[in-house]
Design a protein around this ligand. Structure first.
Ligand code: THU
Length: 128
């Protein structure tokens, strides 16, 4: 699976974002160890706190289809800087693979890469 495939999937997922309140569309694509891609977009709600981020939407889709072995996540936004996952998403991504490679892109050529454990130092782990 090429990185370009994952980027294309996240970019397409971004267009499906339901973000009438923030107008900030986010797309995510998760790659599993066996090469499957699960996409997600942010889904907002008029009760704002119920909104779900693109990353968690992708994780929930994958896990509910029986897949948990994630190796990479691509996140795509359209803003000047780079959007990094929110704290809640960092914890959820860390849960499934602290060594997950997280690639954050904007539509203007900006790119940042990090490992899940770098984004969430001293993450909460139940068995610690
Ligand atoms: N959002 C994401 O989908 N992922 C992030 O990592 C940060 C924020 C969404 C949530 C909300 O729908 C919108 O972006 C503005 O916060």
């Amino acid at each position: 699976m090429k990185e370009e495939d994952l980027i294309k999937a996240a970019t397409e997922a971004r267009l499906r974002a339901y973000a009438p309140y923030s107008k900030f569309k986010v797309g995510a694509a998760l790659l599993t160890k066996d090469g499957q891609i699960f996409t997600g977009c942010n889904v907002e709600n008029s009760s704002y706190g119920l909104s779900i981020c693109a990353e968690r939407a992708a994780v929930v889709k994958a896990v509910s289809e029986g897949c948990t072995g994630f190796t990479d996540l691509v996140l795509v936004v359209d803003c000047e800087g780079i959007c990094t996952p929110c704290g809640a998403c960092r914890q959820v991504l860390f849960e499934f693979n602290p060594d997950m490679n997280i690639i954050m892109l904007n539509l203007r050529g900006g790119k940042l890469e990090a490992i899940a454990r770098e984004l969430l130092p001293e993450a909460f782990e139940l068995d610690h």
